[in-house]
Design a binder for this molecule. Structure first.
Ligand SMILES: *[C@@H]1O[C@H](CO)[C@@H](O)[C@H](O)[C@H]1NC(C)=O
Ligand SMILES: *[C@@H]1O[C@H](CO)[C@@H](O)[C@H](O)[C@H]1NC(C)=O
Length: 306
């Protein structure tokens, strides 16, 4: 019984090994999204019986005649950025330093010792956004005042999005205004994003604000926080405005002058009554006022002593 099964298995394996049938290879490649300037892996696989050996691969754009990359008999031709993940038994491809021009549909032919197959594969090339740059207008924010928060991200492709949140994770995106500016520098495509979140009256207690940069598929590319200066709080309108302070200072100066004047008046009245008592002696002395004052003061001090 068991020998019959074994014989059948051996026979089946033999048939598999000799049939040059692509369908037995069952080659499949996943649609690929590469990131510009990075290495792109194009995942491909075939049904393997463990020791299938690749004899050659041929890759060309579906719209073009010439092969971009070929490998057979240990020889490699074409674009040096292309390579096989594992030249002996893995048909997966690799593109180093991915470029926007790599985007498109390809015909990929894989020849193995078990047969050959040609499949179509597609490559999309995107570019990651750089870390967002933030800023505010005015530069120094004040609580309860008008404020514009900015969040800019560049170099990404295709165009993405910028979302806004405060420290309580409240979504402020609806109040923001997103501008997209497409750019193309020597075939390096990008869409610059600039988002402005405007507050008529900002509440500094909502800081830090967070702006999140998303790519075209709403995947997060980066984020940045906007913290407010401590002065945003201390500069908020107080009960005592600077003007009020000035007025109060003025009132205090004038007040102390008046009080001083009153004291001076009082003092001179006392001095005069003292003077009248000593009229005769003082007159004869004919001393300058200051001396007069000093002696009067001394006399007064003496008179106050018990
Ligand atoms: C962001 O971009 C806008 C529009 O280009 C610009 O007015 C603003 O100054 C930029 N802000 C920062 C922080 O780079
Ligand atoms: C925030 O609001 C935007 C615009 O209204 C929306 O597209 C986005 O899905 C929201 N994000 C979250 C995390 O709620």
């Amino acid at each position: 019984m068991s020998s019959v099964i074994r014989q059948f298995t051996v026979l089946s394996l033999f048939i598999l090994a000799v049939r040059p049938d692509g369908e037995l290879l069952d080659l499949k490649c996943q649609p690929t999204v590469g990131i510009v300037a990075q290495t792109t892996d194009i995942r491909c696989q075939y049904k393997t019986n463990g020791d299938t050996i690749i004899n050659g691969v041929f890759l060309k754009k579906s719209t073009e005649e010439n092969f971009i990359f070929q490998m057979y008999g240990n020889k490699i031709y074409g674009d040096k950025r292309f390579s096989l993940e594992n030249p002996t038994n893995d048909p997966s491809l690799k593109i180093s330093d991915t470029m926007f021009s790599d985007e498109g549909n390809y015909d990929y032919r894989v020849v193995t010792d078990r047969g050959e197959q040609t499949v179509q594969l597609s490559i999309t090339v995107t570019a990651k956004y750089s870390a967002p740059v933030t800023g505010t207008l005015p530069v120094t924010l004040k609580n309860g005042r008008l404020a514009d928060l900015y969040c800019n991200a560049t170099d990404g492709f295709p165009g993405g999005f910028i979302h806004w949140f405060d420290k309580h994770k409240t979504n402020w995106t609806i109040n923001s205004d997103l501008t997209k500016v497409p750019k193309d520098t020597n075939g390096r495509k990008s869409v610059a994003l600039s988002s402005k979140l405007t507050f008529k009256s900002i509440d500094v207690d909502l800081a830090p604000f967070r702006c999140v940069v998303l790519n075209s598929k709403y995947e997060e590319d980066g984020e940045s926080r906007i913290l407010f200066d401590k002065s945003a709080r201390s500069d908020e309108p107080k009960v005592l405005e600077p003007n009020t302070t000035k007025i109060i200072a003025g009132v205090m100066v004038i007040g102390s002058l008046i009080v001083g004047l009153l004291f001076a008046l009082l003092f001179f009245r006392r001095k005069r009554s003292f003077h009248i008592l000593n009229t005769d002696r003082r007159r004869s002395s004919a001393q300058p006022f200051l001396r007069d004052y000093d002696s009067a003061k001394t006399a007064e001090d003496d008179s106050e002593k018990p």
